[in-house]
Design a protein. Structure first.
Ligand SMILES: NC(=O)c1ccc[n+]([C@@H]2O[C@H](COP(=O)([O-])OP(=O)(O)OC[C@H]3O[C@@H](n4cnc5c(N)ncnc54)[C@H](OP(=O)(O)O)[C@@H]3O)[C@@H](O)[C@H]2O)c1
Length: 345
């Protein structure tokens, strides 16, 4: 393939921004077009990545998404794991491709798909044993995953497109709890732990959800971006070593953590840095109590559920392995500082 035409959504976001940083620097000869929704974001993006073209629109600019997906060889959809119409529009553009010039869709989902048992049972802080893998048991992610799992509706649109059309090649990346500072233009901070830290700083007292025994995995954003790079390069090579289509599902994790350890560490750092006046920690024992902390953010789900993913596919196919030296708890002081600054403390 000649240098591919790449279309990206979410290039000014945390995940998309860092992945774009890596793609742009490693492959300056590729042509990049990014969906942006404001002049300000367009300027930030162009200042950092001068050769990117921008198209203005939102995820609801469906004709635009379809058109750009028709024109592109590779489509990175980073912006939203839950937005159904934009996924449908991208697929609509992709199916206009032909088998000898397929569309390669690299979609971002999230390992939040694995938390449905906690949502159903309204549990927080409870340890669950089930570990999901993306290799031996990939069908549990792609076929038998229940419809009430988070992100599942969009995952099904992407998977369905890949299965039904020889002109559409799909890969889904489902990151766990991502941390570390992004290198993109725009958002450079993650969501779950920063949001948790912000709530602790706002209420001026630490929190643990239930017994804090629930487990997620995490990955450093720089390590995650290597998976997107490997998939982009595989697409540019006509498929490469990557799996596309019905089994093309990729976790990318560097290990598990107990949320209680993170919650206690956030509270301790916030106290030791003088941002909160007490080392005492409140236990929020029920799903409902967690929900009340911030009506706009489901803390019970984000920080009280289980999401135990095992990434085998990227390791086997790309020799991917996390390289960043930090342990998750090493990153907590920086996260707390960043949120404290954002709150003007
Ligand atoms: N962060 C994590 O730990 C994590 C882990 C797994 C999965 N995910 C999922 O991955 C997706 C992206 O996460 P993120 O952390 O990168 O989010 P983010 O930092 O908020 O970035 C979102 C990106 O999408 C763009 N965007 C959002 N809504 C849009 C709209 N309606 N129209 C046009 N552009 C829009 C944003 O543009 P602006 O710059 O204009 O805001 C930004 O570029 C989310 O669905 C998230 O749930 C996140």
């Amino acid at each position: 393939m000649a240098p591919p035409k790449v279309f990206l959504t979410g290039a000014t976001g945390y995940i998309g921004g860092d992945a774009f940083y890596v793609l742009y620097n490693k492959h300056p000869d590729w042509s990049y077009t990014a969906l942006v929704r404001s002049e300000e974001r367009a300027k930030q993006l162009k200042d950092k990545f001068p050769n990117v073209s921008v198209v203005f629109g939102t995820l609801d600019s469906l004709d635009l998404l379809e058109e750009e997906s028709k024109k592109a060889d590779i489509i990175f959809h980073f912006a939203d794991a839950d937005h159904v119409p934009s996924a449908q529009a991208i697929v609509k553009g992709a199916v206009a491709h032909t088998a000898d010039r397929p569309a390669w869709i690299i979609h971002t989902s999230g390992s939040g798909i694995l938390g449905f048992e906690d949502t159903r049972a309204k549990t927080v802080g409870v340890e669950r044993e089930k570990v999901w893998d993306d290799w031996d048991n990939v069908h549990e992610l792609t076929v038998t995953m229940p419809d009430d799992a988070l992100h599942r509706d969009v995952d099904k649109i992407i998977l369905g497109a890949g299965e039904a059309n020889s002109a559409v090649k799909t890969a889904i990346v489902a990151p766990p709890c991502i941390n570390g500072t992004g290198r993109g233009a725009g958002h450079i901070v993650s969501q779950q732990i920063p949001t948790f830290a912000r709530e602790v700083l706002k209420r001026k007292k630490g929190i643990v959800l239930g017994e804090g025994r629930n487990i997620w995995n995490w990955v450093h954003i720089h390590d995650l971006s290597e998976v997107y790079l490997a998939l982009g390069e595989a697409a540019a090579a006509g498929g490469g070593n990557a799996t596309w289509g019905k089994d093309g599902y990729y976790f990318a994790e560097s290990g598990p953590f107990y949320w209680g350890d993170v919650q206690r560490a956030v509270s301790k750092v916030a106290y030791e840095k003088g941002y909160i006046p007490t080392a005492e920690i409140d236990t929020l024992g029920s799903y409902e109590e967690g929900l009340k902390v911030n009506p706009n953010y489901n803390l019970s789900y984000a920080c009280g559920s289980n999401s135990r993913s095992k990434s085998i596919r990227a390791r086997k196919l790309f020799g991917w392995a996390p390289k960043r030296p930090e342990q998750l708890l090493d990153l907590i002081p920086e996260i707390v500082e960043t949120e404290a600054r954002a709150l003007g403390l």
